[in-house]
Design a protein around this ligand. Structure first.
Ligand SMILES: *[C@@H]1O[C@H](CO)[C@@H](O)[C@H](O)[C@H]1NC(C)=O
Length: 157
């Protein structure tokens, strides 16, 4: 089933001389439509390169792909030259941080259906890391409580 939503934005005044307003549009997409497994046991994201607003010419387009914690060897594949570099991002419960692949393109003109891919390796064991960390933290807490209850700290004559 293909679900589609369309967002229409209309300026209240004519836009001469640029649009000096900042706004954020956030939306979620089902990952199974964009994340695949390649033949060499890697995973890859296949996504449209461009701005989700139709017919926009973009002075500087930045696309950031945040990979799951524990992934290695990120390699972007883009059908035209772009600048790219890696960043690290830490969110709650992260130990080693997440790799962020940053793609930058200046003067981007929308093209017919250009897709890019980001390939990376990911060991499924890393999916357990956060839950194991929480489980061991609670275990330590309970061990500490049990120890506290059983230790007799009273002073005797
Ligand atoms: C990426 O997705 C597009 C559109 O669905 C498809 O045409 C293209 O073959 C895909 N590329 C890869 C490498 O899977």
């Amino acid at each position: 089933m293909l679900l589609q939503s369309e967002l229409q934005i209309e300026p209240r005044y004519p836009l001469f001389g640029g649009w000096k307003a900042t706004f954020v549009i956030v939306y979620g997409l089902p990952l199974q439509d964009f994340l695949f497994e390649s033949s060499d046991d890697k995973r890859y994201l296949n996504f449209t390169f461009g701005c989700p607003l139709i017919g926009m010419v973009v002075d500087k387009l930045t696309i950031k792909v945040v990979l799951p914690e524990g992934s290695t060897d990120p390699s972007p594949v883009v059908p035209f030259p772009v600048e790219h570099h890696l960043e690290a991002k830490y969110s709650s419960l992260d130990v080693v941080g997440r790799t962020v692949v940053v793609l930058e393109k200046k003067n981007f003109v929308p093209m017919h259906n250009s897709h890019f891919q980001v390939y990376y390796s990911f060991k499924p064991i890393f999916m357990l890391a956060e839950s194991l960390m929480l489980a061991s933290a609670f275990f330590m807490l309970f061990v500490a409580c049990v120890a506290y209850i059983h230790i007799d700290l009273s002073v005797r004559k």
